[in-house]
Design a protein around this ligand. Structure first.
Ligand SMILES: [Zn+2]
Length: 648
């Protein structure tokens, strides 16, 4: 862009007594002129561009030679984000007499930025002689350097965001900004509006650690024309990849004093994503090598989000990680081809040695598994991603994504045992019948409401009629329901008389009562008694444990162990009811306890029924062996001769 420098700005250079800007990028400028003191950086000396190459990517885009107008950085903490802000401000102050505005969240941060900035300016060798006349006007927050002005504004004062014409706008830690600035709306939008004069030659840089999906850095990142992250090369096979904490990080575990398994934080390593890599294991000490050989490519979690949005609710397609060929990726030198806006995600797993370590990330992960309130800080600070803690951990999309075309008649081939869960409501009974296969793979076979008042006998006769039906399996066999758990927390008397009637029938019909006690097993093995006049034995169901288990199973993506199949015949409300609760944490002196809480205004019978049906399975597993039952079922299926003619 330097070729198109107009006469007006040349005049400004002349008036300011400065030389026209050197054609140099921000990081080249830092390496050439900025000699960091021990006071401000643990890496003192001239800025070393080889140390943290991801910073160079961003600084390259911010330089006057790049046609990119807007750069957005989402990052974790301690990756060098503030360093970019300082080096950019130093670059502008020394190299081009353009007004810069840095916007920070509040006055405290403004003071901190001022001090840091003056220290950085002092490290810029050519600027030093000019700094004697450096003036800091506390009220307006302007750092005045001959030929240049750096305004430090706060997002809390609308007036400070308006009025001045600036070329460089730097927005720091935008997720911490207030949402509405003095009744005039989003401070980010107000700050942007002042750049209009420089249309076409302006530079905007926004950076933040994300908070939740509504945070402005997430919004801006998604809006960008290009989204990039680092793909580094495996030191063994050279395959370029963007590491994912949940899929690629591995570690060994050891037991703590209380006998609980804890990650051994020193043992963290990554597994290469290349299926044919021979060594696979990537150590943290391999980082310098990997950081010297990288490309840039799409942000994997954003790509997954896009794909999910594209898939229709009924689609059965599964989502795979983007399989990228290295020619699809950009080289550092390709950055010059970009224009418009670029969003960058700095993956904290790729922080250089001396910045955030894998050990720290794993430690934070272990804490977040123990204490629910640590979850969001872990996602934000250590994964550099927003945390969606407000929605249920049972996601409607997880349930409906893989709807299948199986029907209840005949039962699908893998399903060899049936259980039922019954929820007793004010004027009706809800029932789920679940089919079980090997390793607790399951199929929802039916979900019905019996619209009869449980206070009277009709409801219970209808229930019995329903539970006595046989379900035909595709082998031709007819399966009956092997076990039924009925909620007895409501209308206990009526439940008692129904359950008593079937004692010794061999149908394993029993009463349960939900218990929110954290850590209680899905079904408590010890039977309990209601008080004498009710005369009923019941079992406690650990509802929190059951819901934790189900939420985990619902997220399993591939058929097999614990996978939950849902048929397209199930009513839409079934899925809404399954996703009707969310995890919340309750603070206690000893830490916090997580518990499942109903989302106001949403019915939850289907989730209760599913929990009871799971309890019925666990009850049955005390006396039966599921894998033997499946083996027998499979044998009958192959003997029936239908295996080759009928697809499940
Ligand atoms: Zn490899």
């Amino acid at each position: 862009m330097n070729n198109s420098r107009d006469s007006v700005s040349l005049k400004r250079y002349w008036l300011s007594g400065m030389m026209p800007p050197e054609s140099i990028t921000v990081w080249e400028h830092a390496a050439k002129y900025v000699n960091l003191s021990k006071k401000i950086s643990s890496f003192s000396g001239y800025y070393n561009p080889e140390l943290n190459p991801m910073l160079n990517v961003i600084m390259h885009l911010l330089g006057p030679n790049s046609a990119v107008e807007r750069t957005v950085l989402a990052k974790g903490t301690q990756c060098g984000g503030t360093l970019i802000v300082m080096l950019l401000a130093t670059f502008v102050a020394n190299n081009c007499p353009d007004p810069v505005m840095i916007v920070v969240s509040d006055e405290d941060e403004r003071d901190e930025y001022y001090h840091k900035l003056t220290e950085f300016l002092d490290c810029c060798i050519p600027l030093r002689p000019k700094l004697k006349s450096l003036k800091y006007l506390n009220k307006t927050g302007v750092v005045q350097i001959p030929g240049s002005q750096i305004y430090i504004s706060t997002a809390t004062v609308a007036r400070s965001l308006r009025g001045k014409h600036i070329k460089y706008l730097i927005c720091s830690e935008t997720s911490n900004w207030i949402k509405n600035c003095q009744g005039q709306g989003d401070p980010f939008a107000i700050a942007l509006s002042r750049l209009d004069t420089y249309d076409g030659r302006k530079k905007i840089y926004a950076e933040s650690t994300p908070t939740d999906p509504a945070s402005n850095i997430d919004r801006e990142l998604r809006k960008c024309d290009h989204q990039l992250t680092m793909y580094w090369a495996c030191p063994h096979c050279g395959y370029y990849q963007s590491p994912d904490f949940f899929q690629d990080m591995k570690w060994s575990e050891s037991k703590d004093e209380s006998g609980e398994s804890q990650p051994d934080t020193d043992s963290a390593y990554l597994v290469c994503q290349n299926p044919v890599c021979e060594i696979k294991r990537i150590e943290e000490s391999d980082k310098p090598k990997m950081l010297s050989d990288f490309k840039l490519g799409p942000i994997p979690w954003l790509e997954e989000e896009k794909k999910k949005r594209l898939l229709s609710e009924n689609s059965r397609k599964r989502i795979h990680r983007p399989g990228l060929e290295s020619e699809d990726l950009l080289n550092f030198s390709d950055l010059d081809m970009l224009s418009g806006s670029v969003g960058v995600w700095y993956n904290p797993l790729q922080s250089p040695l001396g910045f955030k370590s894998w050990k720290v990330i794993l430690k934070k992960f272990a804490d977040s598994e123990r204490y629910h309130e640590e979850k969001q800080p872990f996602w934000n600070n250590d994964l550099g991603r927003s945390y969606d803690g407000t929605v249920s951990e049972i996601k409607l999309s997880d349930l409906t994504e893989n709807l299948e075309n199986y029907s209840r008649k005949p039962l699908p081939v893998g399903c060899h045992m049936l259980t039922a869960g019954v929820d007793v409501n004010g004027s009706w009974l809800s029932v789920e019948v679940t089919g079980w296969g090997r390793d607790k793979e399951s199929w929802t076979v039916d979900y019905v409401d019996l619209p009869y008042d449980p206070a009277g006998p009709v409801a219970w006769d209808k229930l019995d009629e329903y539970l006595l039906q046989r379900f035909e399996h595709c082998s031709g066999q007819k399966l009956r329901i092997s076990s039924v758990a009925i909620d007895s927390g409501f209308m206990t008397q009526q439940v008692a008389s129904y359950v008593r009637k079937h004692l010794g029938s061999g149908r394993n019909i029993f009463a349960v009562k939900g218990s929110p006690t954290v850590g209680r097993p899905i079904i408590d093995k010890r039977p309990r008694e209601y008080k004498k006049e009710i005369n009923l034995t019941f079992y406690y169901v650990g509802t929190n444990t059951a819901k934790d288990t189900l939420s985990k199973w619902f997220r399993v993506k591939d058929p097999g162990p614990c996978y939950c199949h849902f048929g397209s015949f199930l009513p839409a409300r079934y899925f809404k009811e399954l996703a009707s609760e969310r995890l919340e944490s309750e603070k206690k002196a000893t830490g916090s306890k997580r518990k499942w809480v109903k989302i106001p205004g949403v019915r939850n019978e289907a989730l209760d029924c599913r929990v009871y049906s799971l309890a019925a399975l666990e009850y049955l597993l005390q006396i039966k062996d599921l894998s033997k039952i499946c083996e027998l079922g499979e044998k009958k299926y192959s003997e029936s001769g239908r295996a080759n003619t009928k697809a499940a």
